[in-house]
Write a protein that binds this ligand. Structure first.
Ligand code: NAG
Ligand code: NAG
Ligand code: NAG
Ligand code: NAG
Ligand code: NAG
Ligand code: NAG
Length: 757
């Protein structure tokens, strides 16, 4: 680095002055180097700056995780000469706490990558992992191994997680076990669990964490996803035992979500940006569930910066997009020093009191509250938030003092804490969480992956069937971005035809009628959806009014009106994040996706999706094993006539009236004005013309035909002055879709719920 002696001398001198309280002075980097790693400073060497240490994966900074620059220019904690700052190898907690079994190898300490195996004594059988590896986040891979024998107890042996001590060896109804952690470990999860009548233990398995232990994004998304899912799915699938079919029932109530993001100096700027983006992501993802919560969103340090007030939601003055815009535009200015976490809880309590006043006590009973905090827990003002949390509980639990009555209200309040920062105040933060069931406290090393973390929540089993859900960013094969796209191959001895299609239910693919000819049989058709290649096509159904020769005597050689068909597979396709149906016009689910509340109509859907006279839409083209997106602008309203005029120049059309070939059932795209569109090429036919609405994709048309054949399969080519493409508007063929997909007089497949008009 080459600090000059002169510089050090000056620094030392000014520090002498500032120790005497004469001037405010900066900290120095002298003797602060670390071996094996490095550090960053949040505010250079100014007072209040945090020196945050970083180590490679599998290591953690020791003896300090961070140091704070104090007013007198000294670091806290001070660097110690005989305990130099370095990177230490990550350790995992002691696994030899296993009862009725053996652990090998037995070691004093277990380091990252160390492997252990577990065996049970004879007569005992094992649950959990027989082999575990110490991971870079300070946890053992796999679930806790438990050796037990069938003793006829009401609950199964809950085990002893690595590093912990369990008190209690009786597993009958109402028996309690308690846990604590050894040495410098601390406990995350339930320190007490009670055996319930249903054979389950209350709470969640505890774990012993070191200060260097953290939760991986995958762990967080799984745990948070399953915990919050209960609040987010308004309709649950249950078994209708008489019919053997699944039905949907709705839960009552209103969901209020309160989000607070710590922007005090103790959290780095990049953390703030990431947290804000993650909040945006979280809100967008929540929007893809079929709920519309009210939001209260604020940032805080020593004061509260309210970005969105829940009161505006109650008044109906705010829509989701405003929330996102306000979040995006929120910038961190100069912040007051200090952190007042208690004030945030007080603010939320006030909002709840206001809601209660507005909706009355009975109405308030139906309100669920989810509080989500992003903070490191280093509050230094306002005192402990615990008393305020108790007031919040009291309010939501309706003053029920008896444990049993309070329990019945517990599902109405969840407090989640995402602990984020260089140094976390676990002892202060953990008691602030509340809620039933899953994990509510998450210890994040880095917030960078939080967006992705929240993204994975939508892959939960319960919502995976929702139409049009997809990821917004590029993925390797693009399957998760366009999980509905299908490739169709119709092969006979003489001819082979390739089309695209879209999955519209687990058993049906929508495509163009012109992909088939009169001679085709279901055996000629192959459908490919990702790795799934299905030859088992049961049937295909072409729109009854489709007739390619219907207007030969009016000068239209090939007439494409009603160019839609549905392919029925022999078996349902397995739905996953990479294989999921697209939303189609006229269904209830599409109305849900479009957030049309109450009784809605196809017309409303159409007005929402095709409202501009120049509507931006997309379709796909297949290149190799993946797809690329093509963008077009459908010319609607006043723009349509000019657009379809060019149909008369197409080959095989011998009439001056474009409307003979291009009926009102087509959308028109292409040309140069005001934008150049991509044009459809060979092989794009039958594909979905779609529009994304927030995080759902809705198909509005099917790629049908065009005036010019300008490109080959997989090419992305732009339109010229006269090239136009015509896409069959699905809003015009809802009765056809409904007659097949909505048919509930059959037992082959679950029908889609269509709107009555
Ligand atoms: C600091 O350390 C981290 C982790 O070892 C490393 O990824 C990073 O490149 C280092 N940065 C600098 C500037 O040395
Ligand atoms: C600097 O101030 C802190 C508290 O403000 C004090 O504990 C510490 O001893 C001071 N250091 C020196 C070198 O004066
Ligand atoms: C455990 O890890 C340490 C550090 O990498 C290594 O020295 C030791 O040999 C490992 N022990 C076993 C049994 O693998
Ligand atoms: C419905 O019941 C059947 C048989 O009881 C069961 O196999 C299936 O998993 C149940 N489905 C759901 C969604 O609960
Ligand atoms: C939902 O509302 C109905 C009628 O308002 C009520 O009978 C039912 O108990 C409520 N269900 C729940 C779970 O609160
Ligand atoms: C709960 O207690 C508070 C304060 O004691 C009181 O104002 C409120 O009316 C009570 N609420 C109910 C539902 O009993």
């Amino acid at each position: 680095m080459g600090f000059s002696v002169h510089w050090i001398w000056l620094a030392a001198l000014s520090c002498l002055l500032c120790m005497a309280g004469e001037v405010r002075c900066d900290c120095t980097e002298v003797n602060m180097q670390m071996t094996g790693g490095n550090y960053t400073l949040t505010k250079q060497l100014e007072q209040g700056s945090l020196m945050i240490y970083h180590c490679p994966e599998g290591y953690y900074p020791y003896p300090a995780l961070s140091r704070l620059c104090q007013a007198n220019g000294s670091w806290k904690p001070a660097a110690r000469r005989f305990l130099p700052q370095r990177c230490r190898m990550v350790e995992c907690p002691d696994p030899s706490v296993l009862e009725f079994g053996s652990v090998s190898p037995l070691q004093e300490n277990y380091f990252v990558k160390n492997e252990t195996t577990y065996e049970c004594y004879s007569g005992y059988s094992m649950r959990g992992s027989g082999r575990r590896t110490c991971l870079p986040n300070g946890k053992w891979s796999g679930p806790t191994p438990i050796c037990s024998r069938d003793s006829g107890d009401n609950c199964a042996d809950p085990g002893i997680p690595a590093g912990s001590v369990r008190n209690g060896n009786l597993f009958g109804i109402d028996d309690t076990v308690t846990y604590s952690c050894n040495g410098n470990l601390f406990l995350v999860g339930s320190s007490e669990r009670v055996c319930q009548e249903n054979g389950q233990w209350t709470g969640i398995e505890p774990a012993c964490y070191y200060k260097h232990t953290y939760d991986t994004p995958l762990e967080v998304s799984e745990a948070f996803g399953s915990a919050i899912r209960e609040s987010l799915t308004t309709s649950e699938v249950t078994n209708d035992t008489q019919q053997g079919r699944t039905i949907r029932i709705s839960k009552n109530g209103t969901l209020n979500i309160y989000i607070a993001v710590d922007i005090s100096e103790s959290i780095e700027k990049k953390h703030f940006d990431n947290a804000r983006d993650a909040v945006i992501k979280l809100i967008k993802k929540i929007a893809s569930f079929s709920v519309t919560p009210n939001y209260e969103i604020l940032f805080f340090s020593s004061q509260v910066y309210e970005v969105v007030s829940i009161l505006d939601f109650l008044d109906g003055n705010t829509v989701l997009n405003d929330v996102i815009t306000r979040l995006e535009n929120f910038v961190v200015g100069d912040r007051n020093t200090g952190t007042d976490l208690n004030m945030v809880f007080k603010t939320f309590l006030e909002r709840m009191a206001f809601i209660k006043q507005q909706v009355g006590v009975e109405g308030f009973k139906e309100h669920r509250h989810v509080l989500i905090f992003f903070t490191d827990g280093a509050y230094n003002m306002g005192g402990s938030p615990v008393p305020t949390v108790n007031l919040i509980k009291n309010m939501v639990y309706m003053n029920h003092t008896s444990e049993k009555e309070a329990k019945s209200r517990e599902e109405f309040l969840d407090i989640y804490v995402f602990a984020i920062g260089a140094e976390l105040f676990d002892e202060d933060l953990q008691p602030l969480t509340a809620g039933l069931g899953g994990q509510h406290y998450f210890r994040m090393k880095d917030i960078q992956n939080l967006q992705e973390t929240f993204d994975q929540i939508i892959d939960e089993e319960e919502v995976k069937g929702l139409c049009g859900l997809h990821k917004d960013y590029e993925t390797d094969t693009q399957r998760e971005r366009y999980p509905w796209w299908a490739f169709i191959h119709v092969q006979t001895k003489e001819k082979s035809k390739k089309c695209l299609g879209s999955l519209v239910t687990p058993q049906f693919i929508l495509t163009a009628a012109h992909c088939f000819t009169f001679e085709n049989f279901p055996e000629d058709v192959t459908v490919e959806i990702g790795n799934f290649i299905e030859k088992g096509v049961k049937n295909f159904k072409i729109h009854p009014q489709y007739n390619i020769n219907g207007k030969t005597n009016e000068g239209v050689k090939e007439f494409y009106d009603y160019d839609v068909a549905l392919i029925q597979l022999k078996n349902d396709i397995k739905i996953s994040s990479a294989t999921r149906p697209i939303c189609i016009p006229g269904t209830q689910e599409t109305s849900n996706a479009l957030k049309l509340v109450g009784k809605s109509t196809s017309k409303q859907q159409e007005e929402l999706l095709l409202k501009n006279h120049l509507e931006r839409l997309s379709f796909l083209t297949k290149t190799g094993n993946t797809v690329r997106e093509k963008d077009v602008h459908a010319k609607l309203g006043d723009n349509r006539d000019e657009c379809i005029q060019h149909a008369v120049d197409a080959e095989g059309i011998d009439t001056n009236n474009p409307k003979v070939a291009v009926t009102d059932n087509f959308l028109c795209s292409g040309g140069l004005n005001p934008f150049r569109d991509h044009i459809a090429c060979k092989g794009d036919s039958g594909g979905a013309v779609f529009k994304n609405f927030e995080h759902r994709t809705v198909q509005v048309a099917v790629v049908s035909w065009g005036t010019k054949d300008k490109c080959g399969t997989g090419e992305v080519v732009e339109s010229d002055e006269a090239s136009r493409d015509f896409h069959l508007n699905l809003f015009r063929v809802v009765p056809f879709l409904k007659s097949i997909l909505g048919d509930d007089n059959q037992d082959d497949y679950a029908p889609l719920e269509f709107l009555s008009s």
